[in-house]
Write a protein that binds this ligand. Structure first.
Ligand code: CO
Length: 303
């Protein structure tokens, strides 16, 4: 009997604790934002991050804002130049010290490839290792997630890339040799073509690369092209592998194949307002609380 009463009291405490721990809307605690990109060693490209940050400060007034780079290689390179940058763990530590209880991490990756998967794993691992440190951690999905996202991006590019009158506007995506990114790249390519038949998408490190692109351009008897990156910022890939003067750049290889390059855009996706707005929408849409153990998250109880 006595034990039953204890159990009842214990259950009541548990129930109350659960009630307090549940998010009471996000106004309940201090908020923090972590903007997460691959990172770049090109200073001009890093300047483009500033525009994204400005818009986030406007969209989430009062929130603490940190940056995290997912590329270890880039972070090491920057550290050697005296520029300390955080990974996502470091950024989470900083926000915890600032007294933040609700964190929104936004992936600024173009698609959910390996960099995004690594980021998600790092957040879940951090939450597991530091239970109770945050009331909630949400992760916003990358740029190209849905057909709607594809259309938004295609429209933004079509409106901003006049292309100097070239017959083809060639977009260089990053891609990866294996994994899911290749299929997203196909979808993005279709959305781009649908919006503007001048668009051709290929990737620098992915499945569909320059040889496939050249084949397609030849099939359509393209003689002039304009170049642009399908990347957050115009970093090393855009400046060298796409539009550089070295003989292995896409520009040089196109010219060697008799296709004249009429210019290149060195504006990354982050330079376009519609695309910054899209990232902010993804930040707001993220509603799975990764600070909670699996099984108690939103949607886990639904059929
Ligand atoms: Co690369």
């Amino acid at each position: 009997m006595r034990q039953a009463r204890y159990s009842a009291a214990f259950l009541l405490i548990l129930f109350l604790a659960w009630g307090c721990a549940r998010p009471h809307g996000d106004g309940a605690g201090k908020e923090g934002i972590i903007l997460t990109a691959f990172g770049t060693s090109v200073p001009e490209a890093r300047a483009a991050y500033g525009e994204i940050e400005r818009e986030y400060r406007e969209a989430f007034p009062g929130a603490e804002l940190e940056w995290a780079f997912t590329s270890q290689k880039i972070r090491k390179k920057l550290a050697a130049e005296g520029l300390e940058t955080s990974g996502v763990d470091g950024a989470l530590d900083k926000l915890a010290k600032e007294g933040v209880s609700v964190v929104r991490v936004q992936s600024l990756h173009v698609m959910a490839g390996e960099e995004f998967a690594k980021l998600a794993r790092a957040i879940v691992y951090y939450a597991h290792e530091n239970p109770g440190r945050f009331k909630a951690v949400y992760l916003g999905r990358p740029l190209l997630e849905s057909a709607r996202d594809g259309q938004t991006v295609a429209r933004a590019l079509s409106e901003s890339l006049a292309g100097n009158g070239a017959e083809a506007v060639i977009l260089m995506g990053h891609g990866q040799k294996k994994g899911r990114a290749g299929l997203v790249m196909e979808g993005a390519g279709a959305a781009l073509k649908n919006e503007d038949p001048r668009f051709f998408l290929a990737s620098v490190e992915g499945e569909k690369g320059f040889p496939e692109l050249l084949q397609e351009l030849r099939k359509r008897k393209i003689k002039t092209a304009f170049l642009a990156p399908l990347m957050l910022v115009a970093g090393d890939h855009a400046r060298n592998d796409l539009a550089g003067d070295e003989e292995d750049s896409w520009k040089s290889r196109l010219e060697k194949a008799g296709i004249k390059a009429l210019g290149a855009s060195m504006e990354g996706l982050g330079g376009k307002k519609e695309i910054r707005d899209l990232f902010i929408r993804h930040t707001r849409e993220a509603d799975e609380n990764l600070a909670l153990p699996p099984g108690s998250r939103r949607g886990d109880q639904e059929g």
